[in-house]
Ligand binder design. Structure first.
Ligand SMILES: O=C(O)CCC(=O)C(=O)O
Ligand SMILES: [Fe+2]
Length: 326
């Protein structure tokens, strides 16, 4: 019995979005997928999404083309990707004490529209004629990530009986598209083992959509404390995770899992991630607060919480609770 329970816990939910048209909420398999989404986010705070709308061609162009070109740029060029000291965790990241090692990433912030992607490319390739191929690839892929994020958010709010908030939240949600590279430690033959490249943390935002390319490495901790390696269920998989902003806004209905990235072998790992960052005040709606669900977190702004988290480094502790727990 106990063995059965632990086996069950060690399987992360897998949800098939091939029957969902993100531009037609309610149609097709929407209702049955919604039930799975609500259950997965409440229980695990994450799930594998089979999402063929992000096609093999798009993935190949993104990872084999655009990201390779981007990371080949000199570090001083990549450092131009900054949104200022007031917005830590938004632009170029590398070697953050206690958090990342042998890792670097760049991010396009605020929206994933063509203008933002072009502005980013102009910064990286000022003499390169704007790098139209990069822009088309990155915008096309990021849009698909954003469509899935919006559909998942809508499903969750519908499932919790608070769908009326969806449009207002969407209007003040920004998307940050982050492209990451994790250096390979070296092969076992050279005596190298697994190394943590991004330390244990919970995301600060509402929802995160991660696409790992070829090399796995994302590990998620269950509520019970077990660590699970996220293995994409299919080549069309992406991974969806809830962050502390969604946990707080839902008054704890949604779980925000601790996760980390550890890699081994001699092939670098690349991932592309879309973070949905709320600009609205994080305050659980009245419908989600009652005698059975007393308020768990004080109202706050995510930008303040992000600054708090950035000042703490990677520590395996409940930062949301420390920041605004009731
Ligand atoms: O690269 C990944 O798979 C996830 C990295 C991560 O957890 C993050 O950037 O917050
Ligand atoms: Fe994360």
């Amino acid at each position: 019995m106990a063995a059965e329970a632990s086996r069950k816990e060690l399987q992360l939910p897998r949800i098939d979005f091939s029957g969902v048209d993100t531009s037609a909420p309610g149609a097709g398999q929407w209702a049955s997928v919604r039930a799975q989404v609500v259950d997965a986010l409440a229980t695990f705070g994450c799930f594998d999404a089979h999402y063929p709308a992000l096609s093999p061609d798009m993935r190949a162009a993104l990872f084999d083309g655009a990201l390779g070109e981007l990371f080949a740029l000199p570090v001083d060029v990549k450092r131009r990707n900054s949104y200022g000291p007031d917005k830590p965790m938004h632009g170029y990241l590398a070697g953050i004490p206690d958090l990342t090692t042998a890792y670097e990433s760049l991010a396009i912030a605020d929206r994933v529209d063509p203008d933002r992607v072009r502005a980013f490319a102009d910064l990286m390739w000022p003499d390169g004629g704007g790098n139209a191929g990069f822009c088309e690839t990155v915008h096309g892929a990021a849009k698909r990530f954003a469509e899935l994020e919006e559909a998942v958010r809508r499903m969750l709010l519908e499932g919790l009986g608070v769908a009326g908030y969806h449009d207002a939240l969407g209007e003040s949600t920004r998307h940050v598209f982050r492209m990451s590279r994790y250096q390979a430690p070296g092969s076992a033959a050279e005596g190298k083992g697994k190394e943590v490249r991004y330390g244990t943390h919970q995301d600060c935002n509402t929802l995160t959509v991660v696409c790992q390319h070829q090399v796995d490495g994302l590990e998620v901790q269950t509520r019970g404390g077990a660590w699970i390696l996220v293995r994409p269920a299919s080549p069309a998989s992406v991974f969806v995770m809830a962050g502390n902003a969604l946990r707080a806004w839902t008054n704890g209905r949604v779980h925000a899992p601790f996760h980390r990235v550890a890699v081994d072998g001699d092939v670098p790992r690349y991932s592309a991630i879309l973070f949905a960052v709320p600009e609205f005040k994080i305050q659980a709606p009245d419908e989600l607060v009652d005698d059975d669900h007393p308020p768990r977190f004080k109202p706050h702004h995510t930008s303040d919480f992000i600054r708090f988290c950035a000042s703490q480094g990677a520590r395996h502790e409940d930062k949301l609770q420390a920041f605004c727990g009731v």
